[in-house]
Design a protein around this ligand. Structure first.
Ligand code: ZN
Length: 174
């Protein structure tokens, strides 16, 4: 093989690599914050003792949606046991948290999903989580959003009995 042929072969390999990278980039499903203002807030529980990192990875592996903030988590917000709120998606960015079979995309395009870590069928949310949730919900209500529990939309035990009762007791839902 001459030097010229070797260079040509290398150039070809570089071109292939470049095209492969482009395809990989195009395949990444990115969501962008471009929806009209959502109307609802849907409250969820984690359904288990999953950490933010575990839930984020699980959703990323399941749907492959990456938010404009770089997360795979389907909820817009995640509340840790200590009350710390992680913002995973913008409010006007499509989520992946509430799928009504009759209207598969409606809720994910028109609501903000807030999830509390833990299974609140088994244990009540922590005082810190409820304090953070109250702040969030009061702020959304002030802006005109309507609060819903996941189970009010589709057949699910989410957001767990303890959290569901708290939402009722505090008049966020009827
Ligand atoms: Zn839920």
């Amino acid at each position: 093989m001459t030097i010229k042929e070797l260079i040509e072969r290398l150039m070809l390999q570089l071109l292939i690599l470049k095209l492969q990278l482009q395809v990989k980039f195009l395949r990444q499903k990115l969501t962008i914050p471009n929806l009209p203002k959502p109307k609802y807030v849907v409250v969820h529980h984690g359904g288990g003792d999953y950490s933010f990192e575990q839930a984020n990875k699980h959703h990323k592996d399941k749907w492959g949606f990456i938010s404009s903030l770089g997360f795979g988590l389907g909820y817009q917000k995640w509340i840790k046991y200590g009350g710390y709120v992680i913002i995973a998606r913008r409010d006007n960015e499509e989520g992946a948290h509430t799928a009504d079979p009759q209207r598969p995309h409606y809720w994910n395009k028109n609501s903000v999903g807030i999830c509390l870590r833990g299974n609140t069928n088994n244990n009540p949310p922590t005082e810190w989580q409820l304090r953070a949730l109250k702040e969030e919900l009061d702020e959304y209500k002030r802006k005109g959003y309507i609060v819903k529990a996941h189970r009010n939309i589709v057949a699910t035990s989410c957001p767990g009995n303890h959290l569901y009762q708290w939402l009722k007791d505090n008049k966020y839902i009827i």
